[in-house]
Design a binder for this molecule. Structure first.
Ligand code: NAP
Length: 430
């Protein structure tokens, strides 16, 4: 029997398990520090993007296979060491994603009211780590830093009315606080221009259909229309949306301003964020941004920085600090130790990008481990955890949590999620 442990039960983890599970004579353990599976699908993908979240049904099919097991509520690095896992399994695949925010690194970034997107997205999506975030929504101004899809998610969630969350799985604490929001002016800050955005057309187009909020683009920021022909088709569509926003300004109570060529250089305020000081930029021949020395201020009681993520390092595992991911050669870290998904590539691409990535890493693992090395595998992990008094959450337990969430939903949001680990464990009956 060959034994493989996958650390992380998000898309990269389950796509890897999907290919491994089809091989003969193999047992796959998918380990997660939370008692609930699916990683970013549950706590990262926007709550109003239910069609994307539906992919978890495919992962469920993998999780229910005879040779795949969910080992929840077990923290690698705390409950069990990486070195212990590599001794127990023929291969260990790190599918831990990139849950940490890249630091903003400007004066005032540590003021209350300045929040990274991992925390903010985790808060409205029910990640237990951020259940107590309580972001300040009392000021009219908000600055969202970054020109990627996460910035769009954050701006859209902040702009929506309670009615627009119908059918979503936004958690009650976020829905209720957002309903009391005083936000009127949302600024999305991009340090480069419209041709350098990292926003996809479908997501950008959604901003044009919000009930009480309208996107605004300064026509002066747009390059000559003829230059759009040089863009790849998806990007061209995105820029077409920006052109439409510039051409048809709509007056709605909440504005979403695209501030291009705008680099935040400081956040100021008296004991909390009150304004962002922004330096205007220009691009060099290599399309890098440089400050011009000209600054202006944006009033903002909430600043959400959406400038990308990092994989948290694990002691003893080689790490590439500049890129915020494990040091790896096409997925190989050390003998018997691999990485996949954002932990391998860095935080780029969509959920679907992890499918070929997971399949490729799984094939590599199968080739490397051959018939296996007679390792202890599952029974070994079970004995080790039992010796430490740790009872993992199984997939059957997760079903109980899910059923309890559905029961709780009958009284409120039809897609209720537990936001506290204690509530999840209680639902199992422990
Ligand atoms: P991203 O796409 O890499 O965008 C990060 C943005 O932050 C870029 O505009 C970047 O500008 C800017 N930035 C970086 N450092 C900065 C700094 N110091 N100051 C100001 N701006 C800075 O990252 P993301 O938005 O976090 O998204 C991560 C991945 O998830 C992406 O692949 C994204 O497409 C995906 N995603 C997809 C969806 C969806 O499909 N619906 C939703 C959410 C996320 P520069 O270009 O100038 O570096």
């Amino acid at each position: 029997m060959r034994h493989v442990a996958i650390v992380g039960s998000g898309p990269a983890g389950y796509y890897t398990a999907e290919t491994l599970q089809k091989a003969e004579d193999i047992a796959v353990d998918v380990i997660d520090r939370l008692p609930v599976p699916y990683g970013l699908i549950r706590t990262g993908v926007a709550p109003d993007h239910q069609s994307i979240k539906a992919v978890s049904r495919r992962y469920e099919g993998v999780a229910l296979a005879d040779n795949v097991r969910f080992v929840g509520h077990v923290s690698v690095g705390t409950d069990v060491g990486i070195d212990e896992l590599t001794q127990l399994y023929d291969a260990v695949v790190l599918a831990t994603g990139a849950p940490n925010d890249r630091p903003l690194g400007i004066p005032g970034a540590d003021l209350p009211g300045v929040i990274g997107s991992a925390a903010f997205v985790g808060w409205y999506n029910g990640h237990p780590d951020f259940a107590d975030l309580d972001p300040p929504l009392d000021s009219p101004g908000v600055a969202v830093i970054g020109n990627g899809n996460v910035a769009l998610d954050v701006a859209r969630i902040l702009a929506k009315t309670p009615a627009e969350f119908a059918g979503s799985d936004i958690v009650a604490h976020a829905r209720d606080l957002l309903a009391t929001s005083n936000i009127r002016h949302i600024h999305i800050l991009g340090r480069r221009g419209p041709h350098q955005i990292a926003m996809t057309p479908k997501e950008l187009g959604e901003l044009g259909h919000l009930e009480r909020a309208s996107p605004r683009v300064d026509p002066a920021d747009l390059p000559d229309e003829g230059d759009d022909a040089l863009l790849e088709p998806g990007m061209r569509k995105s820029v077409t949306h920006l052109r439409q926003f510039a051409a048809n300004p709509v007056a709605k109570p909440v504005t979403i301003d695209f501030d291009f060529f705008a680099m935040p250089v400081a956040i100021e305020g008296d004991a909390r964020a009150q304004r962002v000081v922004v330096e205007r930029t220009q691009l060099d021949a290599d399309l890098r941004s440089h400050g011009t020395g000209e600054t202006y201020a944006i009033e903002a009681g909430l600043v959400v920085s959406c400038i990308g993520y990092q994989t948290p390092p694990i002691p003893g595992v080689p790490y590439e600090h500049g890129r915020g991911r494990f040091a790896n050669d096409e997925g190989r870290i050390l003998p018997g130790l691999y990485c996949v998904g954002w932990a391998r590539r860095g935080p780029s691409g969509t959920i679907g990008t992890n499918k070929p990535d997971g399949a490729r890493i799984a094939e590599m693992v199968l080739e490397d481990i051959g018939r296996g090395g007679g390792k202890a595998g599952r029974p070994g992990l079970d004995a080790l955890l039992a010796g430490r008094g740790i009872a993992p959450v199984t997939f059957r337990d997760w079903r109980k949590i899910e059923a309890a969430e559905v029961a709780a939903a009958l009284e409120g949001n039809p897609r209720e999620k537990f936001v506290r680990v204690e509530a999840m464990i209680e639902a199992i009956g422990r």
